[in-house]
Write a protein that binds this ligand. Structure first.
Ligand code: GRG
Length: 297
């Protein structure tokens, strides 16, 4: 199946599950409205779809990982809400519409992010109650996602990203920023799902390798899109990295070399997925890996 079709098909499943897990808008209404506003602003749902395809690659039904998959999208959405705040990137547009703080005010946006992050871990814990998931698998998956989202993962990467603004970075420092800020949650979407689906250690190692390669490729592609992309398609202001003096691959290596690097990473990922197997889930994961660098949004 082509990447666009995969995203469409599984995006619908993720959207319906997110709607269910979030529940009806209720008191306090500003909180539920702002959470829902950002969660349903039109994201590609890449992280939950990676989790779903990983379950299928392990020959498990996607229901085995659906609550955690939705939790991953909530963590991702919280990070975007907070990243857009005036104290961070100070962005007005995200996913093609005004950012959460522009629409609801700063305090509401901070709290919407907090509530999404917290709800995510409620769902990740609840995934332990799904038929076929062992208690050990549920605990390991929760620890995996917690580590990837926190100080030694996404938040840590974001802090280093801020520290290096306006400074020249080495390739090693840049790779640290990208693999933590962006790669960690992408990798955990795959490894945690493999754990919940009952994969053994060797398989989980392959999935981790696959995730790390495509996670880095994804962020390099994002750096390139910030320069060459179409603002309408991206749904956000472009050129912000350059303006803020951010550490990026094109900044360090130029666009052509960065493109080459991202494509090579995908080739390495495909070599790893070949070791995992060749069922429908693995083939779909490989298709998505290619999309990570060919995407225009
Ligand atoms: C903890 C506040 C905080 C931030 C963490 C993730 C992050 C760091 C900041 C968000 C901005 C940024 C440059 C993220 C890099 C990851 C990235 C390219 C996000 C966009 O992901 P997509 O393309 O977005 O999956 P959609 O909108 O499709 O879900």
């Amino acid at each position: 199946m082509r990447a666009e079709l995969i995203l469409k098909k599984y995006g619908k499943i993720v959207d319906a599950a997110l709607d269910r897990f979030l529940g009806k808008p209720r008191f306090p209404s500003v909180l539920h409205k702002s959470m829902r506003y950002s969660l349903f602003a039109g994201g590609k749902r890449l992280r939950p779809i990676l989790a779903i395809l990983t379950a299928q690659a392990c020959s498990a039904p996607y229901s085995r990982v659906l609550p955690a998959a939705c939790g991953l999208e909530m963590i991702h959405t919280y990070s975007l809400i907070h990243d857009d705040l005036p104290a961070m990137d100070n962005d007005d547009m995200r996913r093609g519409i005004p950012t959460c703080h522009v629409k609801f005010g700063e305090a509401a946006a901070i709290l919407a992010g907090d509530a999404l992050l917290t709800k995510a871990f409620e769902l990740i814990a609840l995934n332990g109650r799904v038929k076929g998931v062992t208690p050990a698998a549920a605990v390991n998956a929760a620890a995996e996602i917690g580590a990837a989202a926190g100080a030694d993962g996404m938040v840590g990467g974001q802090v280093v990203d801020m520290l290096f603004e306006g400074r020249r970075v080495t390739p090693k420092e840049l790779s640290f920023i990208h693999s933590h800020k962006t790669g960690a949650l992408i990798t955990a979407s795959i490894t945690a799902a493999a754990m919940l689906a009952g994969a053994g250690e060797a398989k989980i190692r392959h999935f981790r390798g696959f995730g790390e390669k495509i996670g880095l490729a994804f962020q390099i592609a994002d750096d390139i899109l910030d320069i060459t992309g179409d603002e309408k398609k991206l749904g956000k202001t472009k050129g912000k990295d350059l303006k803020a003096g951010k550490a990026t691959y094109p900044g360090l290596f130029g666009i052509e070399k960065s493109r080459e690097k991202a494509e090579n990473l995908v080739l390495e990922a495909l070599r790893i997925s070949g070791k995992i197997g060749n069922n429908k889930g693995v083939r779909a994961l490989s298709e998505l890996a290619r999309f990570f660098v060919s995407r225009t949004y």
